[in-house]
Design a protein around this ligand. Structure first.
Ligand code: HEC
Length: 183
């Protein structure tokens, strides 16, 4: 056997030997989802990243009201219901009024709010996974509150408070990503 073949074979052996152990090192908990649910879930995830981008753009433009509306209506509790309302051409004011009503009634809405008993994606998800989703909705509502508290002439402190709250949102994303994967 010449050196070249030997090198090829050792490369192959290395691949076979190392790949499975790299997968075994993945300590994230696997959440098994039916294939359509998984597609829907990942689509929602990609949407999450776009929402973060929209929030960052709105911060850069100093449009704190817009920051609050994205965080509250698109990423907060009950965002699914808000998305339905948006599709039905309801105005931002109507959606904000509905959220206020939901808060008053103590219903928060969102995957997992039905403790997995509802008809949404929550019923396919374990409790610890759903609760990390709740953390994201809570962090988003906190960001919305911080952004709504900013007055006409935003100070450096206002920007800091809003960016800090945004970091907490991002942290809710990454903590879940470190703990779970889907299939
Ligand atoms: C409740 C848990 C959870 C939260 C919260 C969460 N994610 Fe995810 N996300 C996941 C899981 C699980 C995957 C799939 C990872 C895997 O299987 O390797 C994923 C995948 C993704 C993907 C890849 C989508 C694809 O098509 O493969 C993006 C982008 C993403 N998340 C963005 C975000 C952003 C941005 C946030 C926060 C605003 C967020 N996620 C919050 C659990 C979460």
């Amino acid at each position: 056997m010449n050196i070249r073949n030997l090198a090829l074979i050792s490369c192959f052996v290395a691949l076979v030997a190392y790949t499975p152990s790299a997968i075994a090192d993945d300590a994230r908990e696997l959440v098994k989802l039916p294939v359509q649910v998984k597609e829907k879930f990942l689509t929602e995830m990609r949407g999450n990243l776009m929402k973060l981008e929209d929030i960052m753009a709105a911060i850069a433009d100093g449009k704190f009201n817009e920051v609050a509306n994205i965080a509250d209506l698109k990423m907060g509790f009950g965002h699914g219901q808000m998305e339905q309302m948006a599709k039905a051409n309801k105005s931002t004011e109507e959606m904000l009024a509905r959220k206020k009503e939901m808060r008053r009634m103590g219903q928060r809405g969102g995957h997992g709010q039905g403790q997995g008993q509802g008809m949404g994606m929550g019923r396919f998800m374990p409790e610890n996974f759903r609760s990390m989703g709740q953390n994201l909705h809570q962090a988003s509502e906190d960001l919305a509150a911080k952004a709504r508290a900013v007055g006409q002439n935003p100070s450096v402190k206002d920007y800091q408070a809003v960016v800090r709250a945004l970091e907490n949102v991002s942290n809710a994303c990454t903590s879940c990503h470190q703990a779970f994967r889907v299939n």
